[in-house]
Design a protein around this ligand. Structure first.
Ligand SMILES: NC(=O)c1ccc[n+]([C@@H]2O[C@H](COP(=O)([O-])OP(=O)(O)OC[C@H]3O[C@@H](n4cnc5c(N)ncnc54)[C@H](OP(=O)(O)O)[C@@H]3O)[C@@H](O)[C@H]2O)c1
Length: 421
């Protein structure tokens, strides 16, 4: 017998792949949405549970695994794709991020069994408590664990006793710093691949970034290394597939000046405001695209650049939209891009003397990159950025987003800890 706890109502556990069925008793409680493994009755845990490292989690409804054969469960891609979402377990790492929480919401609304990995203190500067994370990730089984340690992650999943069909990673360094990028965008993401594979996952959806096509920054190199490993894995095991999603700019990255301009400040842009362009995409639209990648056969083993609806917009055009919405005369402050080059030169020099300044130098480069590089697909024939070659998806426009920020402010749209990504 297996027991499950749900914050909603009675839930049903699914029959196992081998048609062995579990009789299931479910407890419904508004209060029980988080339990200590160390205090779970034996009946709830599989015999393979190792309780040496207690962790917390909440369970909605998950497909259990047979106790002896975790890695062997149904690895053929078609085996999960032919099932209904309610019988598919999707592991989401980076579930508490700007995009990750929308991905969880979207997957839950499509009926998948979502296992969301969260830190005990999540969000920017760890400001969200466990309760807040549980609230944010409603409908998912939230597992508090540590993606930066493979052992911890594996033990957490083992203790849950569930198989994984698909892993979705929305992990990202919150700072963009050199070491943190490698630790999260590469190592932690790789941990989720390994742990997921060991629980039977045969598909991996990676939230990457369109800018990795021209890699000049450490986080881009870290992401590319992980992308390459996914491709290698798929080459070596034809039962394994991936979808690499490379979005253009998020709304949060473009909204930083809205309130300043509303308060009468000029709109600041580099050069003539036409050095770069992007097709901004909203969190719900991107989450929907990522959720499509879980089952869509046409997104298997693909690198998928993706933008939002409408034409590509330069900073100049973004500023014009903003002034139009405010009913104000455009007031632009054009900053020569050379200023950034000078600052980066100084930082690069200082870092040779003070290695501890490597992140400061990296942040300067990140700023320079986004001031001048378009977030559009590179046309392989011309080597130029191309709006036409950047697919559009979704319905939310930057103009609607600006209107919302003018009305309601930037809550929920804060950038990472130190950088502009
Ligand atoms: N900004 C843009 O315009 C843009 C455009 C295209 C692509 N992208 C890419 O999109 C991706 C996701 O961006 P996002 O804005 O959704 O990221 P985000 O809000 O910064 O979220 C990052 C996620 O990774 C987790 N994480 C970070 N460090 C961790 C650690 N040490 N241990 C455990 N978990 C950790 C965070 O958990 P906590 O909540 O616990 O911190 C969070 O769930 C990034 O790879 C970015 O490069 C961004």
């Amino acid at each position: 017998m297996s027991l499950c706890f749900s914050s909603n109502s009675l839930v049903t556990l699914h029959s196992l792949p081998n048609n062995q069925s579990f009789s299931t008793r479910c407890f419904s409680s508004q209060f029980i949405n988080q339990i200590q493994v160390s205090s779970i009755p034996n009946a709830l845990t599989s015999s393979s549970l190792k309780l040496s490292q207690p962790f917390n989690y909440s369970i909605q409804r998950l497909k259990p695994i047979t106790r002896s054969a975790a890695p062997a469960v149904e690895t053929a891609p078609s085996s999960f794709r032919s099932k209904s979402p309610k019988d598919i377990n999707v592991l989401v790492v980076g579930s508490t991020g700007y995009i990750g929480k929308f991905v969880v919401k979207e997957l839950v609304s499509r009926g998948f069994n979502v296992i969301a990995i969260s830190r005990e203190k999540s969000g920017i500067r760890g400001r969200n408590s466990k309760e807040e994370s549980l609230n944010q990730l409603k409908g998912a089984s939230v597992c508090f664990s540590d993606v930066t340690h493979l052992d911890s992650l594996e033990k957490s999943l083992e203790s849950l006793g569930v198989s994984v069909d698909v892993v979705v990673s929305c992990l990202a360094s919150r700072s963009g710093g050199v070491k943190d990028s490698w630790k999260i965008d590469y190592e932690a993401t790789r941990n989720s691949l390994v742990a997921g594979r060991n629980r039977g996952a045969s598909h991996f959806v990676l939230l990457s970034a369109i800018c990795v096509q021209k890699p000049l920054l450490e986080f881009q190199r870290a992401k590319l290394k992980l992308e390459a490993e996914l491709m290698k894995e798929a080459e070596e095991d034809n039962l394994f597939t991936y979808s690499i999603v490379r979005p253009t700019a998020f709304f949060k990255s473009l909204g930083g000046q809205v309130e300043l301009v509303k308060d009468g400040k000029p709109y600041v842009m580099f050069g003539d405001g036409k050095l770069c362009a992007c097709k901004p995409i909203s969190e719900p639209d991107l989450a929907s695209f990522i959720a499509d990648c879980v089952l869509s056969e046409d997104k298997i083993n693909q690198v998928l650049p993706i933008g939002g609806p409408g034409k590509a917009l330069t900073p100049l055009e973004q500023g014009e939209i903003l002034f139009r919405l405010l009913g104000k005369e455009p007031n632009f402050l054009k900053v020569p891009i050379g200023i950034m080059d000078f600052a980066i030169g100084v930082l690069d020099f200082l870092v040779k003397i003070f290695p501890s300044m490597e992140d400061a130098a990296e942040f300067g480069k990140i700023g320079r990159y986004y001031a001048a590089e378009s977030m559009l697909a590179l046309d392989p024939e011309t080597g130029e950025y191309s709006a036409e070659k950047t697919p559009s998806y979704g319905k939310d426009t930057l103009e609607e987003f600006f209107e919302r920020v003018l009305r309601e402010g930037m809550a929920g749209q804060e950038l990472g800890e130190q950088t502009i990504i």
